[in-house]
Design a protein around this ligand. Structure first.
Ligand SMILES: C[S@@+](CC[C@H](N)C(=O)[O-])C[C@H]1O[C@@H](n2cnc3c(N)ncnc32)[C@H](O)[C@@H]1O
Ligand code: SF4
Ligand code: SF4
Length: 334
């Protein structure tokens, strides 16, 4: 991330604070629900995908976001690499000087290296040793994700891992950190959600709380000892150590960070999209435009904030020093 982007983020944070303005500085954008995997803990792939925004609409929304102060877009899904126009989306973000990170399962990354190289940061899902990763994400996926990491590093990219802690991998923190060290990548940890997202069905992979506690404390100890491969901040890890106990956090979703679904629905946070009771917060950008969607959004905090990047953003926005520094480091892909 270059200096001018960092200055613009800092200025917009202050503006949002002083003038009590909503500014979409960071936007998490699911550009498709389509997916080439069926991970045991995720149901995003099953959401309808007929009404996805077309390239022209995405570019127009990006223009409006850039004008309103967006500095960072995190592209997610579904599997964002399945969008054939991903290269054009990234080119347009670059034209608007927006820093873009992509979350991917890495399955087809090898075939899309030139496109991935246009992103500022690439985060690959990595759930641990081969047997575990493959059991959660499908046979052969572990090898594919590591091959993707090798290719990306060879091409000069700086990939990172996102690891979801489940009942299958809480006992494998050391192995995960060892792999991160072997490839010299950083890894962000987060607990799996207690429910399978929209359905509210109990998540079969939710860890046993005692096992989770042991895992997260091992991560905290490693971080305190200076392990350079852990992406979460200490403050972020301290928050995650409260899982699954309902825990408040200074929420800034709908104030400085926003979420867009593939059909153009804007929400303050992906959790609010999934919570039926909060759907009055949501605004269809196709109907009302970006400006109105942003300005009418309200913060509606919950006590269930466990996504690593969201926790770090909330900490940074509340001027938590460790969270703010960490957010900048997370963005430091290139
Ligand atoms: C929804 S995926 C989309 C991007 C891409 N398909 C991938 O798997 O990386 C984004 C991240 O959310 C994580 N995730 C999916 N379901 C989850 C759940 N139920 N609880 C916590 N994290 C979850 C995934 O492991 C992944 O790292
Ligand atoms: S976690 Fe990612 S790869 Fe797995 S099913 Fe969900 S969207 Fe697809
Ligand atoms: S999960 Fe809850 S507390 Fe966290 S950002 Fe979203 S709405 Fe706010």
């Amino acid at each position: 991330m270059n200096k001018s982007t960092i200055i613009s983020i800092a200025k917009n944070f202050l503006r949002a604070q002083i003038y009590r303005q909503n500014i979409p500085i960071v936007v998490s954008w699911a550009i498709t629900y389509q997916c080439n995997a069926r991970c045991q803990y995720c149901e995003n792939w099953s959401y309808p995908h007929e009404q996805e925004l077309r390239l022209q609409e995405i570019m127009a929304i990006m223009d409006d976001l850039a004008t309103m102060g967006t500095a960072v877009i995190s592209l997610t899904g579904g599997e964002p690499l399945l969008r054939p126009d991903l290269g054009e989306i990234l080119d347009h973000a670059a034209r608007r000087k927006i820093y873009v990170s992509i979350n991917t399962n890495g399955l087809i990354a090898q075939t899309r290296i030139p496109v991935l190289k246009k992103a500022d940061r690439i985060t690959l899902s990595f759930d641990g040793p081969q047997a575990i990763h493959d059991a959660i994400r499908g046979r052969g996926t572990h090898d594919l994700v590591l091959k993707a990491v090798e290719s990306l590093i060879r091409e000069g990219c700086v990939p990172a891992f996102n690891t979801v802690l489940t009942r299958m991998n809480t006992g494998h923190v050391d192995d995960i950190l060892k792999t991160a060290r072997q490839y010299n990548v950083k890894v962000a940890f987060q607990p799996v959600s207690l429910c399978l997202l929209e359905s509210k069905k109990e998540n079969p992979l939710a860890p046993i709380p005692e096992d989770y506690q042991a895992a997260i404390h091992k991560i905290i100890t490693a971080k305190r000892k200076g392990n350079p491969h852990i992406l979460n901040s200490l403050a972020g890890l301290d928050h995650l150590a409260r899982w699954p106990k309902p825990t408040a956090i200074a929420c800034s979703a709908g104030k400085v960070h926003f979420r867009i679904e593939p059909d153009g629905l804007m929400t303050n946070c992906s959790r609010q999209f999934l919570s039926k009771s909060k759907q009055s917060q949501n605004a269809d950008i196709r109907q009302v435009g970006v400006k109105k969607a942003v300005t009418q959004m309200r913060v509606s905090p919950c006590c269930d904030c466990w996504c690593a990047s969201t926790v770090e953003m909330n900490l940074a926005a509340s001027f938590n020093f460790s969270g703010a520094m960490n957010m900048l480091k997370r963005a430091g892909g290139r």
